[in-house]
Design a binder for this molecule. Structure first.
Ligand code: NDP
Length: 384
């Protein structure tokens, strides 16, 4: 019997990798909704190919283009943030949350409220909402399957084990394309240099996050919520080859690691097929060709983002949402050529150093914290 599927962020890097796998076993899936921000033509082509019931653009100004591209297909078209939430409320068996940024939070929460299974790539949503999201998962009987390669690796290592037996969870980090650069060089790094990731092909925002190491900081917060072993039991190690995607050490001294090619189709396939396995077209690991695996401690002088994220998760409350919002604004400004690479962490640190709103208790609270932090970060970018 086929399962129904919705992909939030279908036109992105994770969305495309997901659809590549779905294409290979189309008899197993019935596509309910596909969404994008404004890539209306690309979305319409995917909706036609996968015979989706509904296609949604978050940016309402792109709806006329979507309607035109879907004319005669019988596929519903809608636009705007409320339409995105409605798409998530259609109650798919599996919803892939692959929107980038906190923009994905409201539809992801809507999918959680339907009680289905959510394959979560959209780490910013969990970082911002934290306990509000995990409480909703418990309340609605939903299942969160981590798609982020590190968290998917940890999820696999934990299968059949008890969290109480975990000594450490170690997130591996490639270190990004600028890993060996001096602070002076980092200050002059261009967007093209920052997004040129050595191992992974990803969207622009997460590529910059990898270069600043904020990606690992966000992942630390994500792991804190997905695997409640306490922040002190979460570690980060730089592993430039990206072969080990993360590891778990247990109290008896055993460490389990998950290895695989640097191809997001592996963790996505794990979530699509869970609790079974499915074939993927990924090139298998060739360990003799790789030769050596190396491990280094993170350098928080040149890359302070992991320290900022650790401080935010230890503080809890609104701090992670503030960190995420400031980072989203700063990364967008860097990609637009308005600020230097090193200013991204500076802006996040400065926004975090201000007074904090009270801990968010609902989705609306989280969105208010996010909006306020964004406004303050944006104000910092304006010429004095
Ligand atoms: P992309 O930038 O490639 O794609 C983002 C998707 O979200 C697109 O479909 C885009 O639509 C849509 N989108 C963008 N802005 C909005 C908005 N304001 N409202 C609604 N939809 C929007 O991102 P990635 O696929 O790289 O990343 C997606 C998420 O997965 C991120 O949270 C990232 O951290 C996480 N992730 C990604 C990995 C990767 O390998 N790429 C690995 C692990 C996690 P449009 O095309 O119209 O702009």
């Amino acid at each position: 019997m086929s399962r129904s599927l919705t992909i939030l962020g279908a036109t992105g890097s994770v969305g495309s990798s997901t659809l590549d796998l779905v294409r290979r076993q189309s008899e197993e899936w019935r596509v309910l909704a596909l969404t994008a921000n404004c890539q209306a033509r690309e979305l319409a082509a995917l909706a036609r190919e996968f015979d989706a019931e509904l296609a949604v653009v978050a940016d309402e100004s792109c709806l006329p283009e979507l309607r035109e591209a879907l004319a005669g297909s019988g596929i519903e078209a809608s636009g705007g943030e409320a339409a995105l939430v409605e798409a998530a409320q259609r109650g798919a068996d599996l919803t892939v949350a692959a929107i980038v940024g906190c923009a994905g939070l409201a539809p992801t929460m809507a999918a959680i409220e339907q009680g289905g299974t959510i394959a979560l790539a959209n780490k910013e949503a969990l970082v911002s909402a934290g306990a509000v999201m995990t409480a909703a998962v418990a309340r609605h009987g939903a299942t969160l399957l981590p798609v982020d390669s590190e968290h998917n690796a940890i999820f696999q290592c934990l299968a059949g084990n008890r969290l109480a037996d975990v000594r450490w969870i170690t997130l591996t980090a490639s270190g990004g394309p600028l890993r060996c650069w001096s602070y002076e060089q980092l200050r002059a790094a261009t967007p093209a240099q920052a997004v040129a990731h050595p191992n992974w092909s990803m969207g622009a925002k997460i590529s910059v996050d990898s270069a600043t190491m904020m990606n690992k900081g966000l992942e630390l917060i994500e792991a804190f919520h997905l695997f409640p072993v306490g922040a002190e039991a979460l570690r980060i190690v730089v592993h430039p080859q990206s072969v080990i995607h993360s590891m778990v050490e247990f109290r008896d001294g055993s460490t389990l690691a998950q290895l695989g090619p640097s191809d997001m189709r592996v963790p996505i396939a794990s979530a699509l097929a869970w609790p079974r396995r499915m074939d993927t077209p990924c090139t298998p690991l060739d360990l003799p060709a790789i030769g050596e695996l190396t491990f280094l401690a993170p350098d928080e002088e040149r890359f302070p983002a992991t320290r900022l994220a650790r401080e935010a998760v230890l503080e809890g409350g609104a701090a992670p949402a503030v960190l995420n919002a400031a980072n989203e604004v700063a990364v967008a400004a860097f990609l637009a050529g308005h600020i230097a690479f090193t200013q991204i962490a500076d802006i996040v640190a400065q926004i975090l150093s201000a007074d904090r709103p009270r801990p968010p208790a609902s989705l609306d609270d989280v969105l208010a914290v996010d909006a306020e932090a964004r406004a303050r970060a944006s104000a910092m970018l304006e010429p004095a």
